[in-house]
Design a protein around this ligand. Structure first.
Ligand SMILES: Cc1cc2nc3c(=O)[nH]c(=O)nc-3n(C[C@H](O)[C@H](O)[C@H](O)COP(=O)(O)O)c2cc1C
Length: 186
């Protein structure tokens, strides 16, 4: 399938299966991520791969962060926090590395890291894998950021959940560009 058709048909996969991406598939996805547009060539991104047992450690980090915020968190929600990273065989944490720059505002660096995340989704789709970009409270929680080793100038852009695509996935919704696009004629 050609690239444009492939992009037009990309959908997120909330449910993905084992096995996760192979090392060479991950490499291909990161090569795609590194081709995101990047004002000033700052490379304002880095990535963490969380697989196997490390997902349970991330779940524990989520749980402790949630309990620090709300010590009365009810057990079912505690369980939910702990199990979040287990929803996929592989997670990629997309991190924006922000720096003060005379010509490149922080928002452009965040957008560039977001474009890198999107390139991961597109590459995953092209490889026949399932993927979903998630954030939620945990992406902005200082304890989680510290636990993942983020520096003061870094932010989590998203957790990309990756795995094999289930046999049944939904089709891309039919959207009409006319609802979003108009000519500006001055
Ligand atoms: C920055 C960002 C954060 C997101 N966070 C979540 C999330 O935490 N949970 C969720 O269900 N969807 C989240 N989404 C949306 C999904 O990734 C997905 O785009 C949405 O379910 C629509 O599916 P589609 O991509 O197939 O159109 C997020 C999307 C973006 C761009």
């Amino acid at each position: 399938m050609d690239l444009v058709s492939l992009i037009q048909q990309r959908v997120s996969c909330p449910v993905v299966e084992e096995p996760g991406p192979s090392a060479s598939q991950l490499d291909a996805m990161f090569r795609a991520a590194l081709r995101a547009p990047d004002h000033g060539n700052l490379k304002p991104w880095r990535f963490l791969v969380v697989e196997g047992e490390a997902r349970a450690k991330l779940g524990e980090l989520f749980l402790q962060a949630a309990l620090a915020k709300d010590p009365a968190l009810v057990p079912p929600l505690q369980e939910k926090m702990r199990n979040m990273p287990l929803r996929a065989p592989t997670l990629v944490v997309v991190i924006a590395r922000l720096q003060q720059h005379p010509k490149v505002p922080l928002v452009e660096q965040q957008v560039a890291a977001g474009a890198a995340a999107q390139n991961i989704l597109l590459a995953a789709h092209g490889l026949g894998l399932g993927a979903m970009w998630r954030t939620g409270d945990m992406a902005y929680n200082p304890d989680v950021m510290r636990g993942l080793g983020l520096a003061e100038n870094e932010e989590i852009i998203g957790f990309v959940y990756l795995g094999s695509r289930p046999a049944k996935t939904r089709n891309a919704p039919a959207l009409d560009p006319a609802d979003f696009v108009e000519q500006w004629r001055g």
